[in-house]
Design a binder for this molecule. Sequence first.
Ligand code: ZN
Length: 442
Amino acid sequence: MNQTTPKFRRLAGACLLAALCGTASMPATVSAQDIEPALTAEEISMVQWLAAEEAAMLSLMERLSNLNSGSLNKSGIDAMADIFGSELRALGFATSRLPGDVIEMPSCPGSEYTVDLADHLLAVHSGTGPRLLLMGHLDTVFPPDSPFQQFSRDGDTMYGPGVSDMKSGLIIMLYALKALAASGYLDDKAITVLLNSDEEMGSLSSRKYLEAQAAEHDFGLVYESSGNNSMVRQRKGLGQARFVVHGKAAHAGGAHEQGRSAIKELAYKVVEIEKLTDYESGVTVNVGVISGGEARNTIAPCAEALVDLRYPEPQQGLDAVAAFESIFDSVYSYAVNSGELSTESWTNLHRPPKIPTPESDALLEKTIAVGRLLGQELGVTDSGGGTDGSLTQAAGLPTLDSLGAAGTGAHSDREQARISSLVERAQLSAVLIARLAAQAEN
Ligand SMILES: [Zn+2]
């Protein structure tokens, strides 16, 4: 990950974000109050209201973590959507479900790969002024048969599916909205919540809804984890490919020369694909899963692979896809391709790079300044991972995408988060939302 030195607008004669300005620390003469006015009495009461909610937030966290919602577990995701739907309706939101999709991908016979995605939850609070789009995902990477299913805690650390990525973020979003409602801030505010079912699958179904909503809003807030108390400014783009090599089965002893090994051809393709990694340009590929073949003594009639792609610039993504296509179309393993070897493929650049804009930097800067008012010191970082915030930012919506709990170990059985960050980040969001929603439109 490279920390870039962007053009960054200066405020109050100095640069607030030391990490962005390349200076070691903020000049002592510049305080958060120079950027953001001090907390109002109403905001302080909202912050205090949230401080008393930790037990309730933690209890919901335990319940949701123990409720499996792996990306393909439709009933689990529906249960999650039911919980948030009724909570949001109680706050005055009108809710509806956006249909998920069935997506078919090429596969070897007998390992049919069809992705049947659950519906997404849309909740709309009508109002005037700047329109805020709050986003999060209902799914996790852990299927119902994963050994990692249970919530646990030890002191100020919690463990379990979604404690960082990102059921905790959904709870933080919900409680920020509850605090706003309790203080009367929500009454006339235009806030939309979109919780999708398929973020961990690359938002293959929800992308169109996210992009449509992005066009209708002024600010985007995504409740992915804030890692080690850091806001992510910039992200790489992501792509994925799935390819299936079809060959010709034959007895490995009696008719070896008549076979066309799909595994052999796949192996050559894997090497060619892996050659596309270039650390200097920031493009990386990873063939993360391969499978194929039928028996030790059978020339493999079919083999398949899943490929992950990361790229800093949009054109690099397009170039990588073109390189994939060329590799899929080529035959490397036999001097003469008699037509008995063929490759099916599916590729998708599912996340554009998240490239900062002056508007998204201003949103980041405001969030960090509000954090300082609350005694929260937030850093700035870049990431090789993508979120739905990359989609909305690329669609023109200034988006901040790491407003969730301080957590680490996502996508592993080491997933954990700091319990006290639940209340902290809800306080941050409540004040941030109140201030964004109150901004004069320009
Ligand atoms: Zn996530």
